[in-house]
Ligand binder design. Structure first.
Ligand code: G16
Length: 545
């Protein structure tokens, strides 16, 4: 049974703020770090219960607010195969986090234990980590109190990236099995990626130095360690590595800045040579944006859609050259944010599916393909190979040397790619492998298709939950009538497309628009944002800037 006295005593040290309602959203709990103490404590217990429910399998807990500003923080739970927490448990997390006091919290725990039939005598194991946010230190101790309260054995993975934590969870749970994902240590992760990368680029021309904007976050530490395992195969130049400068994290740099502003972070201005490839990570290194400056100094952005196009085409070619074309089907998953031109490019070549925002949705949809390539436009994504496909690759007998080479590359890709979740480091190496194989510079890559001009804006609203969508977030069903107004606007713009959706990570509503001409895309976005503003209006909202 539960150790009620221990839980009570610890819970009293981590009281819930009475004026806040928490929500386990797109990427777990995420809000001001200073408000999250009780949430972390309770998540500690929940993770322990989840582990007991799954017979002691190791559950991951990551403390991060990813691309959000430094004062924010958050926490997400990772299931045993390294994927996001099962959807039905998100509701349990929300319920536990909102119990107003210790008594009701314990009641909620008991309800959960009964309704999900948890056998409390089972062992429980967790592994946890945090990014570099200052608030992470005390939040981790609240989390540890939660582990103590439920009595689980907890492994501290320290300060590391979100994808490495996902890797560790899968590696721990598959250790010593035929599905072993790799050594269950951070070094094991770097070694696995480094080895696969070296094999994949061996014999290819020398790779030119790549500049990496680390967003002043934990990616700076991870890339520095990764470099030790890459030898001289790829020169990496690190920028924005100030981990101790207050407020520097994600500030005017990083993947989200690049994607929303569609420009080079000012801090890179004097560092990125013309023609050189640069890329930006986000605060926990699960997103990646590439770019380069042409000889006129013009900025070219190579986002998640461009990465998907590059990688999917390469994998399709390898499958074909290996002779597995009829057996192994490659498919792509995107969201409504995917640039219309990318969807057209991809859909002309292979199956493409659109799902709601959030890596978990893309991941699950990608599992339906033999090889599923999924990327959000914001640079969050990966490639997954079905268990059946991995087994097939392992036992397939190629009949020509060319087939054998292609097969070898595919197998090495299964090792290079972090298949648990989007991983900026693994994705960066993947991009560099493809470019090396195709002898592409940023220019050739960029010219796979031409992006439609687009604009993303956000409107601050009092309650984002009044906005509800359908059809993979491409249509609003609430507030009533707003969708018709949006459509009325959209049809006045050539190549116009726009949608409105509530963010799952911030208290805002996002508006996306694209059109054939840049000024029209901007205008459409601002006019749709105006409609949103008028709808919720008054003191509930601030006018979009
Ligand atoms: C998280 C999710 C992503 C999502 C992003 C923005 O990213 O993992 O899948 O695209 O939030 O979501 P929303 O538009 O709902 O706020 P990250 O990098 O912050 O973990």
């Amino acid at each position: 049974s539960l150790h009620i006295d221990v839980i009570k005593a610890l819970s009293e040290i981590h009281p819930k703020p009475s004026d806040i309602t928490f929500q386990y959203g797109t990427a777990g709990f995420r809000t001001l770090g200073s408000t999250l103490d009780s949430v972390l404590f309770r998540v500690g217990l929940l993770a322990g219960l989840r582990s007991k429910k799954l017979d002691g399998k190791t559950i991951g807990v990551m403390v991060t607010a990813s691309h959000n500003p430094e004062q924010d923080n958050g926490v997400k739970i990772v299931d045993p195969r390294g994927e996001m927490l099962e959807a039905s448990w998100e509701g349990h997390a929300t319920t536990l986090s909102n119990a107003p006091n210790t008594e009701q919290f314990i009641e909620a725990l008991n309800t959960l234990i009964q309704s999900t039939k948890i056998d409390l005598s089972r062992p429980c194991n967790v592994v946890y980590a945090r990014d570099t946010r200052p608030s992470g230190i005390s939040l981790i101790s609240a989390l540890e109190d939660g582990f103590k309260a439920i009595g689980c054995s907890a492994r501290n993975a320290g300060v590391t990236t979100t994808p490495i934590l996902h890797y560790l969870v899968r590696a721990i749970n598959t250790k010593g099995t035929p599905e072993s994902y790799g050594e269950d240590s951070e070094d094991g992760y770097y070694r696995k990626l480094g080895l696969a990368f070296k094999k994949l680029v061996s014999g290819r021309p020398i790779i030119q130095p790549v500049l990496i904007d680390c967003a002043n976050g934990v990616g700076a530490l991870a890339v520095a360690k990764l470099m030790e395992y890459l030898g001289d195969t790829i020169p990496l130049v690190l920028e924005n590595i100030s981990l101790s400068t207050p407020g520097a994290l994600n500030n005017a740099c990083g993947a989200d800045y690049v994607k929303t502003m569609q420009k080079l972070p000012p801090s890179l201005m004097d560092h990125l040579q013309f023609g050189q490839r640069g890329c930006s990570l986000d605060g926990d290194a699960d997103r990646l944006m590439y770019y380069y400056l042409d000889e006129r100094g013009q900025f070219h952005m190579l986002d998640g859609d461009k990465i998907a196009a590059l990688v999917a085409s390469f994998i399709v070619e390898l499958v074909k050259s290996s002779g597995l074309e009829n057996e192994v089907k490659v498919g792509v998953v995107q969201t409504a944010y995917a640039n219309g031109a990318s969807t057209k490019y991809l859909a002309d070549r292979l199956p493409v599916k659109c799902v709601p925002t959030g890596v978990k949705h893309l991941h699950h949809a990608a599992e339906h393909y033999d090889i599923g390539v999924y990327f959000e436009a914001n640079g969050h994504g990966t490639v997954i190979f079905s268990p059946h496909t991995q087994a097939r690759l392992a036992q397939y007998q190629p009949s020509t040397p060319a087939q054998s080479t292609a097969l070898g590359h595919l197998i090495n890709l299964t090792q290079l790619i972090n298949q648990t979740v989007g991983d900026a480091l693994s994705d960066m190496l993947l991009v560099e492998v493809v470019l090396a194989h195709k002898s592409y510079t940023g220019v050739e890559w960029d010219s796979l298709y031409v992006d439609l001009p687009n604009r993303l804006v956000k409107v601050v609203v009092g309650d984002r939950n009044v906005f509800r969508t359908e059809n993979a977030e491409r249509r609003l069903v609430s507030p009533p009538g707003l969708q018709q107004k949006i459509e009325g606007l959209v049809q006045r713009y050539e190549g116009g497309r726009s949608f409105v959706r509530p963010s799952g990570t911030e208290d805002v509503v996002r508006v996306y628009a694209e059109a054939v001409v840049k000024s029209q895309a901007d205008e459409l976005a601002f006019r749709v944002a105006g409609l949103v503003y008028d709808e919720v209006g008054g003191d509930l909202a601030k006018r979009p800037k």
